[in-house]
Design a protein around this ligand. Sequence first.
Ligand SMILES: Cc1cc2nc3c(=O)[nH]c(=O)nc-3n(C[C@H](O)[C@H](O)[C@H](O)COP(=O)(O)OP(=O)(O)OC[C@H]3O[C@@H](n4cnc5c(N)ncnc54)[C@H](O)[C@@H]3O)c2cc1C
Length: 353
Amino acid sequence: MTKIVVIGAGVAGLTTSYLLAQKGYDVSIIAKNLPGDIDPEYTSPYAGAEWYSLASKDEIFEQELDKPGYFELRKLAKDPKSGIHIIDSYEYIKFEDADNYEFPWFVDFVEGFEMINDRSKLPDDCKFGFKFSGLTATTTIYLYYLLNKCVELGVTYKRYKLDHINDAFSLHHSGEKSDYVINCTGLLAGKLNGVNDPLVYPVRGQTLLVTNTPKKQLTVSNFEGYDDEMLYIIPRKEGGTILGGCFQKHSTVQEVDTALIQRISERAVKYCPELIDPSINHNKNYLDIVKVNVGFRPYRKGGPRIEIDKQNSKIIHNYGAGGSGYQSSYGMSGKTIELLEKSIKLNGSKSKL
Ligand SMILES: Cc1cc2nc3c(=O)[nH]c(=O)nc-3n(C[C@H](O)[C@H](O)[C@H](O)COP(=O)(O)OP(=O)(O)OC[C@H]3O[C@@H](n4cnc5c(N)ncnc54)[C@H](O)[C@@H]3O)c2cc1C
């Protein structure tokens, strides 16, 4: 059985490990952080974790990464243990954006796509909207779910912080040298020796977790004077909602921005009044904030790195998911495994020469 060490237990490392184990590989996960940890360098627990592809019409590679997740995560939503649920996802378009608005690339394949043109169903400053059947994961529950799925298939996991990527080869649970290493280190790919990718950078996001629960997911963009902000409302399966947010490039500020809490709260209530409607889901008539989160998306200039290492063909990289790590998890991991199998073939034929 081919021995693999996967570095990282975020959504990328866990999804890759799960898919590898399903294919019969002998996998050990090595990670500084594991599900349950809260650490600014461990992004996955902080996500809104909706499926809403951010790829533009020209970003064909990113589209290919996001598309499989729509179907695979919907399948997992059928398992009540996964923490994933299917919910209608709305977007409202403001008057000033309406004429030049480009519909997202995915409207052709998502289920239940419908236009909203009835102005009585829209906020005053929005000309039209649309909805489709979306999905979202409660990150902490889904990460544990993935880890447990891995363990059921024989994957082991160990907390360990690697100084150099090559050290991973000696950490397979069998005690023997690992045949391959898969690098799913997210933001820390910039700091891991042997990788030290200078293209990785953080994009700060601040969100609120509230107990209020609307019946829909919602996105609204274009808030004057705040180019790096948008409104997203992501209700959780178990109740409660993530309200966001911002996309602050290169910011590593961990402190909460109180003015931003205020802006997010005002926008949320304005565009989704059902959040504070007691006739819906027993909501409080005010936003009941449980927690304010600050997380750092692992962006990479030029896009995610899914690549066989140029120096060592036994290392495959899978990081740099940016703001899309959940929705692209199946696409990124699938492509990573394709590369692994290509490398196994090449290395096999080399050793026969
Ligand atoms: C506010 C916010 C909202 C978001 N919303 C969404 C959304 O709606 N939809 C979506 O799809 N995505 C969303 N994202 C993005 C998503 O969270 C990330 O893309 C994803 O979590 C990245 O996962 P990862 O596994 O690559 O990295 P991480 O989760 O950071 O995992 C990296 C792993 O590598 C380990 N590691 C790193 N270096 C070492 C080392 N030297 N030795 C050992 N272990 C190491 C870490 O300990 C960790 O286990 C959001 C992110 C934020 C912050």
